[in-house]
Design a binder for this molecule. Sequence first.
Ligand code: NAD
Length: 228
Amino acid sequence: MKRPVHVLLVGAAGRMGRTVVDLVKNDPKIQIVAQCDLGEPIDPAMKNCDVAMDFSHADAITEICRTALHHHKSLVIGTTGHSQEQRRLIEGAAQSLAIVFAPNFSIGVNALFWLTREAAELLDSDFNPEIIETHHKMKKDAPSGTAKTLAKILKTARKMRSEVPIQSIREGDVVGEHTVIFGGSGERVELTHRAASREIFARGALRATHWIIGKPPGLYSMQDVLGL
Ligand code: NAD
């Protein structure tokens, strides 16, 4: 694409929305052509964008999917905390649209996903997996979308029937911390990612926005974007 990618930002007034707006100021290849927040209609703004980026609330997804399908636009979804039904809506929309749906856009966390899969396969079943996640007090959903993805990776790698225990801590202004613990007898392995700034998520979301241009319909993850 010769001109900048035109982006609609949903949840523009929030912590992540504001971080994206700041970062785009230094990216001449992306232009935010419309911003929406709670109570503002999405449909008119959707018409004029190439990609809609969502950092809002899970409840916004019905309107986002409906309007994106109507105008045939790609989606980059960073919002977490969707219900089963809302996730099915996203999967349904991905039959016709290219969608990147990522609970965490940071490169480090996506490396943690990969390392967790490797460690789960390497360590035998004596090493019991457990997840601890810590976020700021304002975070709406618990456990975090990232912790749920880590649990899914562990369950699949270990072919587990039981759920992986997740401990969620909400305190202060912590941007986001995730630790996967493999507790064995007499030893344990811990894999930790600590986010120090929201910029890492915004940078990843912009990378996904560039990547999705021209992609065929489908539901893509950040692992697809990074080629992991
Ligand atoms: P926030 O509460 O600071 O901001 C959310 C914004 O969305 C608010 O301005 C709110 O008014 C708005 N909003 C709420 N409902 C809306 C609706 N129906 N339509 C339009 N706007 C609506 O939250 P935040 O910290 O910016 O996080 C936003 C979302 O992004 C959360 O789900 C969070 O878990 C997720 N998140 C994802 C990543 C990632 O890498 N994927 C990173 C950080 C946060």
